[in-house]
Design a protein around this ligand. Structure first.
Ligand SMILES: C[S@@+](CC[C@H](N)C(=O)[O-])C[C@H]1O[C@@H](n2cnc3c(N)ncnc32)[C@H](O)[C@@H]1O
Length: 306
């Protein structure tokens, strides 16, 4: 089975690997496509640490790389980068990479509960051992909180209408499945907008239950703190909310002064920490998009530690 086709493969690894004997980290090993390519660009002295929150992805990679003694993997969030590095006695990396979002396996696999194309438990957690499934929140949070989630994380214009319909439904039923949620939205969404609306609502719920944006911000700060001088950080994002966080974070870290503009002279003594390598994000070629539709929204940003 083809679990996942890695996106921007050459572009990301070309900009990430600067030392063939170096130390590398991938926070989102998924089904090992990028990891495998990173490893094929490294020599025997190199080391590679990988994490994934999803137990299926972790176990798949554990097996895939079982004979490669450069590799150490953890079933953990990439926000644990410092803890897992301590366990592996690594202080600093030469390259740190994340390929955000979900894998095709997670989207297509019924048991993962990510898809609205099948009627399954409405879960959407990447790590099913932590937190609560999406259905728990849909039955619990207030209508205004729900509107915020759909608007903020899904950029859905009909957030109020959808939240109101869900709250009416839950007066007499518990929402437990993707089919129920789809049914509620289907009732008042024109056929031609249905897939896009469902995609936005499912994305919003997924970001919310996995705390994706906060985790990304936490990770970026930690990652830069464990990057060697001249080491690279490369991030692939799949929607504008993530991309904005990465873009602003990189920009902020290039600044040599953060004093308020009305100060006549600089008093902050800020030193720039990063140099941006990709002025504009790298996006997939037309050929890549033709061969892998899921790559169409990918954006790669790379920065280097000064
Ligand atoms: C797009 S896939 C990565 C695919 C991978 N690069 C490959 O080539 O197969 C994203 C993966 O990141 C994982 N993930 C998302 N957020 C995570 C986090 N905060 N910590 C660890 N893993 C995460 C997901 O479980 C998923 O397996």
């Amino acid at each position: 089975m083809n679990h996942h086709t890695p996106v921007l493969l050459n572009e990301s690894i070309e900009s990430l690997v600067t030392d063939k004997s170096g130390l590398y980290f991938e926070g989102t090993i998924g089904f090992g496509g990028h990891s495998e390519f990173i490893l094929s660009n490294l020599n025997d002295k190199a080391r590679f640490i990988g994490t994934d929150k999803d137990i299926n992805a972790y176990e798949h990679c554990k097996n895939k790389f079982k004979d490669d003694n450069r590799v150490e993997l953890f079933n953990a969030s990439f926000t644990n980068i410092i803890d897992v590095s301590n366990i592996s006695f690594i202080e600093k990396y030469d390259g740190i990479f994340v390929d955000l979002g979900v894998s095709s396996f997670q989207l297509d696999n019924k048991e993962s509960g990510f898809t609205f194309r099948e009627d399954v438990q409405l879960d959407l957690r990447m790590d099913k051992s932590k937190g609560e499934p999406a259905s728990f929140y849909l039955n619990k949070i207030s209508e205004s909180e729900m509107v915020d989630v759909f608007f903020k994380y899904g950029e859905e214009r009909n957030s109020k209408k959808i939240a109101n319909a869900i709250c009416n439904f839950r007066l007499s039923n518990k929402i437990m499945t993707t089919g129920q949620l789809k049914g509620i939205i289907e009732e008042f969404t024109p056929e031609k907008f249905l897939v896009k609306t469902l995609s936005r609502i499912f994305q919003a719920l997924r970001i919310f239950v996995n705390n994706e944006l906060d985790e990304l911000e936490e990770f970026l700060e930690k990652a830069v703190s464990v990057l060697n001088k001249k080491g690279r950080i490369a991030v692939i994002t799949f929607h504008s909310l993530e991309d904005r966080i990465v873009k602003n974070f990189f920009k902020e870290k290039t600044k040599d002064c953060i004093c308020p503009p009305e100060y006549p002279v600089c008093v902050c003594n800020t030193e720039p920490v990063l140099k941006i390598i990709t002025r504009k994000p790298i996006i997939p070629s037309n050929d890549e998009i033709k061969n892998n539709k899921r790559s169409r929204s990918a954006k790669l940003r790379v920065a280097e530690k000064i």
